[in-house]
Design a protein around this ligand. Structure first.
Ligand code: NAD
Length: 425
């Protein structure tokens, strides 16, 4: 069977298309390694369901804007679809498809019974009022309602969305159902059935992966973090708590550098108050691009895709990169980093803490039960360390990078589930 896989024209490539190209490249390598047949490869390269919707939004001045929204379910062979919702101006169907595909491999890699999905709206949430954001969220959810549900597809926060967004989604879905359905989203506020430990779960997972990959005491290890949002800020905090010296961080507005180490808690307070790390007076301002080239031990990209490229990879001096973000490293950069001996702990492993605790939140919701913070943390650690150990062993055994090994495991499990279920009809 041959089906056209989306292809791109280099001259016109968007960040979303670049992300999808990267995801397909990674899948291609894993499929080759596993010896998958052409039909299965094509099935895994194409999303199961893909919905594009128009979302009309009433602005405060009475105008109506219309933005595009998406929900993609990449694969549901291993369980219900799972994945975040992103509000960002450059989000498009290609980016959402790539992110959904990575979710499929991530859930399989850490052994949780989900398929992969992602959603997004092409909008800049920072220019909307809270009421506009609420109307936008509710209308978008209404449009994707046929796809989502606690047994079908469970959204979560991503770039530009948070627990308030999840509360509106839960309410919109529940009003339509006629009763409260907390299990339809994860990353909810505690008062609506959120889980202890979910807010910091992705960052805690990044810390666990980084400490495992360091293989030595974290005391004094120098760190630079790109992105100071939900993932980056707490990853910086947890790494500092473990003894690392966080010397530089950035967000969309600026980057700050303090060679003797940043007081991360104080910087988080500054960012919470002003909306940015920019202007923090106990550090020097720095160019965004410079952060990647600092002489640090550990680099944590925790913002968007495609930021470590063939262009800047040769100048990266960190020997360890732990991907808090999804898809930050292009395949071309991967090759350069592998050749220079830089270890990259890939996104589908390093940032899996978020979906692990989302899964735990969903299990608690489905049982109308709650676990203590210590129980959640213990389960998170077990799954992260188990997955890290499996990836590391396979990489060593087959002479693969950690990304290649992680994809071989994730893709292999999905292919196996699909093969065992058989093709309907
Ligand atoms: P967020 O919206 O909370 O934060 C994003 C951060 O990136 C912000 O600080 C923003 O200012 C910064 N940023 C944007 N463009 C930048 C640029 N050009 N340079 C520097 N900083 C820039 O989003 P988040 O939830 O922290 O997600 C960050 C990444 O982590 C994304 O790739 C997301 O898919 C991934 N991720 C998130 C979760 C989660 O649980 N939230 C889980 C797994 C993976």
């Amino acid at each position: 069977m041959t089906v056209m896989v989306p292809s791109t024209t280099p001259a016109l490539i968007t960040p979303g298309q670049q992300a999808l190209d990267s995801a397909l490249h990674q899948l291609g390598h894993a499929a080759e390694h596993l010896g998958l047949d052409d039909g299965l490869r094509t099935m895994l390269a194409t999303p199961r369901r893909s919905l594009t919707v128009s979302v009309p939004v009433r602005r405060e001045d009475g105008r109506m804007d219309v933005v595009q929204g998406f929900r993609v379910q990449h694969n549901v062979s291993r369980g219900p679809a799972k994945g975040g919702i992103r509000f960002h101006p450059s989000t498009d169907i290609h980016e959402v498809t790539a992110l959904a595909m990575w979710m499929t491999w991530k859930c399989a890699l850490v052994g949780i019974p989900y398929g992969g999905a992602k959603g997004g709206v092409s909008v800049d949430p920072t220019v909307l009022t809270t009421r506009e954001l609420e109307r936008l969220t509710r209308r978008y959810v209404n449009e994707i309602l046929p796809l989502i549900g606690p047994e079908k597809d469970i959204p979560a926060p991503d770039v530009g969305t948070d627990e308030q967004t999840m509360a509106w989604i839960m309410d919109t879905y529940s009003v339509n159902a006629g009763y409260s359905v907390p299990g339809v989203v994860t990353g909810k506020p505690m008062t609506l059935g959120g889980s202890l430990g979910r807010a910091g779960a992705t960052s805690r997972g990044v810390q666990i992966a980084a400490l495992a990959a360091l293989g030595r005491s974290p005391e004094g290890v120098t760190v630079a973090v790109q992105g100071f949002g939900k993932v980056g800020a707490l990853a910086a905090q947890y790494l500092a708590d473990a003894g690392c010296k966080v010397v530089a961080v950035s967000d969309v507005r600026g980057a700050v550098h303090a060679p003797s180490g940043l007081d991360v808690a104080d910087l988080r307070a500054h960012s919470a108050e002003t909306g940015s790390v920019y202007g923090y007076r106990h550090a020097d301002a720095m160019d965004h691009a410079e952060l990647f080239e600092l002489d640090v031990d550990l680099l944590v990209p925790a913002a968007l895709e495609g930021v470590i490229t063939g262009e800047n990879a040769p100048r990266i001096r960190a020997r360890l990169i732990v991907e808090g973000a999804n898809g930050p490293t292009t395949p071309e950069a991967d090759e350069i980093l592998a050749a220079s001996g830089t270890t990259v702990v890939p996104d589908i492993l390093a940032n899996a803490g978020g979906v692990i605790v989302s899964y735990l939140e969903w299990v608690q919701n489905m049982q109308a039960f709650s676990w203590s913070a210590a129980e959640v943390e213990m389960k998170l650690r077990d799954l992260m360390r188990g997955a890290y150990g499996e990836v590391k062993s396979l990489a060593a055994e087959k002479d693969l990078t950690l990304r290649q090994a992680a994809h071989v495991i994730g893709v292999g499990r999905v292919a196996e589930a699909h093969t065992m279920r058989g093709l309907y009809p």
